[in-house]
Design a protein around this ligand. Structure first.
Ligand code: ZN
Length: 203
């Protein structure tokens, strides 16, 4: 949703709602963990009210433990935080699960997969960043492919999600490497026909 038109948030959410996309991905940025600020609870609630699809909320905020319960309350079905953003990774996973959501951890391009090793068995999802988090519209970093393969080589059997610079041009590479959830923003909302573009990416 980061690439949606916020002046027409309901319209753009409903567009995704009637597309073949399976989830609605929501990027939350605090201006501290990343050099950009996106939006918070009221906007997430507005998105929640405009779709029946699962909300996949990606927190790019420091100390996510302070806000996990409120994000689930606002409508997150899947809640992902950054391993680099907290001193209590295991505690964050428990908070998410106890709140009734599926738990994910994300890693920035410079963070190795090995940083997740102690948590892999407890995670529903790992989100591999294929750009530096903070802004939409960036170019895909192919280093993400080896991280996806490494997660599968470590027998992680949850969802492997990739976020950043994804389009119909590279979706097949990610799928072949072992990813099963692809986040697309600019490729969708920047396309002349977003519904057709989502189909193209999935195909
Ligand atoms: Zn994201």
């Amino acid at each position: 949703m980061l690439s949606a038109d916020f002046g027409h948030l309901e319209r753009d959410t409903k567009l995704i709602d009637r597309s073949v996309a399976q989830w609605v991905h929501v990027d939350v940025m605090d201006g501290v963990f990343v050099p950009n600020i996106s939006f918070g609870f009221p906007v997430i609630k507005a998105i929640r009210n405009a779709t029946t699809k699962p909300l996949d909320v990606h927190l790019m905020i420091v100390e996510p433990e302070k806000y996990i319960a409120r994000f689930v309350e606002a409508g997150a079905d899947w809640l992902t935080f950054h391993v680099e953003a907290t001193d209590d990774v295991a505690g964050c996973i428990s908070l998410i699960k106890n709140a009734g959501a599926k738990a994910g951890i994300s890693i920035k391009p410079a963070t190795p997969v090995s940083a997740l090793e102690p948590y892999l068995d407890d995670l529903d999802l790992v989100l591999v960043m294929s750009v530096e988090p903070g802004f939409g519209g960036q170019k895909f970093m192919p280093e993400a492919l080896s991280k996806i393969r490494e997660l599968r080589a470590r027998h992680f059997d949850g969802i492997v999600e990739v976020d950043g610079g994804i389009s119909a041009a590279n979706a097949h590479l990610l799928w072949e490497a072992g990813a099963d959830a692809l986040v697309a923003g600019n490729a969708v909302f920047g396309a002349p026909d977003p519904l057709a573009e989502i189909k193209k990416i999935l195909q």
